[in-house]
Design a protein around this ligand. Sequence first.
Ligand code: UD1
Ligand code: UDP
Length: 384
Amino acid sequence: MTYSNKAKRKVLVVVGTRPEAIKLAPVIKELSQRASVFDLRICVTAQHREMLDQMLELFEIKPDIDLDIMRPKQALPDLTARVLRGMSRVFKREKPDLVLIQGDTTTVLATALAAFYQRIPVGHVEAGLRTRDRYNPFPEEINRRLVGSLAHFHFAPTPYARENLLAEGVDPKTIFVTGNTVIDALKWILSEPPTDKERQLLVSLEVKGKLVVVTAHRRESFGQPLVSLCRALRTLVERNPDVTLVYPVHPNPQVREVVRHLLTGHKRIYLIEPLPYASFVRLMHMSYMIMTDSGGIQEEATALGKPVLVLREKTERPEVVEAGVARLVGTDEERIVSTAEELLNNRSLYRKMARAREIFGDGHAAERIADILEQSLPKETKYL
Ligand code: UD1
Ligand code: UDP
C-alpha cells in the first residue's frame, strides 16, 4: 500500500462510545487545526447513542458519517458484525490514508479489522494496555491485543504500555509514547470556569459530608459481582452517616435493573443519569473519593489526586496502584466496605493517596499524535 500523491492526508477518525469521544476530542481538535495538512473526516458508529451524543454536543464534534448502530441490549457478535459491515462500506467510499481509533471497544476491533481487509493503515490511540488475563476485562483485553496486531501506529500512553507492545514483538519504530489524551480532555474542561448549569447540578445534589462518586458498568461484573458491589455501597452509606454517594448509572439495562433494585430509596444515595463530561469532571473534583470499574476514571482520578477504589479484579493501568492513588478491591462486599471505611477514617492514609500525579500525561498527547502523523504519514510507507 502506498499513499496517493496528493497534498493532504485524509484521516478518518472513528468513534463508537462515550470514552472514545472524550479521548478523541482533543485529537480531533488538534487535527482540525492543521487543515493544510490533514483532510479530517469523522465517522461515528454510534455503538453508544445517547452517551455518545452527549459528548459530541459538549465538544462540538459534528460527524460526517453516522452508522447509528446501537440496539438495546446488543450482543457482541451482532454488534461486531454491524460495525464490520458498516465500516467496510465507509472505507470503500472514503478511501482514507489513515484510520484513527482509540481504546478497546468493539467499535475499535471491528474498525481495525475492516481497515485491514482493505489494506488501510490504522493508528491506535491508547495502545499497549494489558492485564494478561483474557477474560478481565471482557472482551476488552482481547480487543486490545488484536488491535495491537492490526495497527501501524501505536500511541502508547505510558512507558509501561510501550513495554507491553515490545514484549509482543511490535516493531519499536511504530510505538510512540504520547501520554493519554484523556488528560488533554480533563485539562481542557478545567481550563474553563463552570457554567451556571454545571453549578446548579452540583448544588441540587445537596451533598453533606463526604462525597463518594461511583460508576460501574463492566460486562465481567454482570450478575453476582454487580449485586455484591451494590450491597457494599448500600452498607457503606448506612454505616457512615457522613457519606453521600452519587452514582451516574450506565444505561445498559443489565446494569440499571440491578442498581435500581438494590440502591433506590436511600436519601444519601443519588442514582442519576450519565452526566455530560464537564459536569462529571466537576463532580469528581469535589469528591472525597471515587469508586469505579471505569478505565478512564482511574486515569482522571490520578490526575486530580482523588483516591480510587477500583471495583475490578485486575487493572490494565497498574500505574495507578503503583503510584499509591488506587486500591484494587474487586467486587467482594466486605472488602469494598472495609477498604472504603479505612479511607474514610484514616486521615494519614487518605492524605498519602490523595496526591495528584502526572503519570498519564501532561495534557499534550493530542499534539504529539498530530506531530507524529504529520511527520510520518507522507514518508513511512515501508511497514504499511
Ligand atoms: C462499551 C464497551 C466498553 C466501554 C464502555 C464505555 C464493548 C464491548 N464495550 O460497553 O469497553 O468501557 O462501552 O461505557 O465495546 N446503552 C444505551 N445508550 C447508550 C449506551 C448504551 O441505551 O448511550 C445500552 C444499550 O442497551 C446497549 C447497552 O447499553 O445495547 C450496552 O452497550 P455496549 O456498547 O454494547 O456496551 P457497554 O457496556 O456500554
Ligand atoms: N463520564 C462522564 N459522565 C458520567 C460518567 C463518566 O462523562 O456520568 C466520563 C468519565 O469521566 C470518563 C469516561 O466517561 O472520562 C469513562 O467512560 P466509561 O466509564 O463509560 O468507559 P471506560 O472508561 O470504562 O472505558
